[in-house]
Write a protein that binds this ligand. Structure first.
Ligand SMILES: C[S@@+](CC[C@H](N)C(=O)[O-])C[C@H]1O[C@@H](n2cnc3c(N)ncnc32)[C@H](O)[C@@H]1O
Length: 260
């Protein structure tokens, strides 16, 4: 059959439009391979993601440092949590919670009717956190022993997830961000607090800082939109992303699990 030239051109245009729309509507595909390995620096894993070397994580021996009194002045945790507007009754998560320095402060804000999932990959950190939360009689905190690839959070359930000085040392940042996005309710916020990589005077080792540009590049691979970057803290920036509205096709790879 002879297809008229105009019909043929219309069909081609429709195919091109559909392809273009699909490209705009879905997040960009991750780079292949996701990670590369080569000799790195002493602070790093020798593993690279989107041009940055991933830092070694802080072991549980660093827990006293997380609780140092001068941290109040250096990091201003109250100012940080004020900026996030946590409300009573909300379900939130402190991913990479360590000793729970931020966890109990979040728990006070969500109150007894709320929930704070406090995750960490080190059983020793979870044990320290559990002791600290019991001392404060905070029953709304759910300690979660997670894995480096999966935050082990409930799906479509959270209003807010924060990571304070954690994301740069996640061994699988792509999988972690994917799992955290799936854990958020549509419209829920993912907040990364990192020492500012742009500021040379911030007295933290280079691999333990991140630039705003790098964080945004990495989050652009997910179903997230950037909302704002707060610079009110002395040394860190507060990068706020929101899960796009609508059901995400992404599911976490492992079901949520509470630490024993
Ligand atoms: C520098 S500490 C910060 C602890 C806490 N956020 C704070 O500000 O006090 C980083 C913590 O992140 C944890 N961590 C590293 N990778 C993780 C991951 N993929 N999932 C959950 N926790 C992780 C480490 O075990 C460590 O306890």
């Amino acid at each position: 059959m002879n297809v008229p030239f105009r019909t043929h051109r219309l069909a081609t245009l429709m195919v091109l439009w559909t392809l273009a729309w699909a490209g705009v509507a879905s997040p960009p595909t991750p780079p292949e391979p996701l990670y590369t390995e080569r000799p790195g620096t002493p602070d790093g894993m020798g593993k690279w993601f989107l041009g940055r070397e991933i830092a070694h994580y802080m072991t549980h021996h660093g827990a006293p440092w997380l609780e140092r009194p001068e941290r109040e002045q250096e990091e201003r945790p109250k100012l940080l949590l004020d900026a996030l507007g946590i409300k009573p009754g909300q379900a939130v998560a402190d991913v990479g919670a360590g000793s729970g320095y931020l966890t109990w402060r979040m728990a006070e804000r969500v109150g007894p009717s709320g929930r704070v999932y406090a995750t960490d990959i080190q059983p020793e950190m979870i044990a320290i956190l559990r002791t600290n939360m019991s001392a404060r009689k905070l029953t709304q905190v759910v300690p979660v022993l997670s894995t480096p690839e999966d935050p082990h959070l409930p799906t479509n359930a959270l209003d807010l997830i924060i990571l304070v000085d954690v994301y740069h040392e996640c061994e699988f940042p792509y999988e972690m961000a994917r799992g955290m996005t799936a854990a958020l309710k549509p419209g829920g916020r993912l907040v990364l607090i990192e020492y500012r990589g742009e500021d040379q005077w911030v007295p933290i080792k280079r691999l333990h800082k991140m630039t705003e540009a790098q964080v945004r590049r990495e989050m652009a691979l997910h179903d997230l939109e950037w909302i704002s970057t707060g610079r009110e803290l002395p040394r860190q920036h507060i990068l706020i992303f929101r899960r796009k509205a609508g059901e995400s096709p992404i599911q976490p790879t492992v079901a949520p699990k509470q630490a024993p």
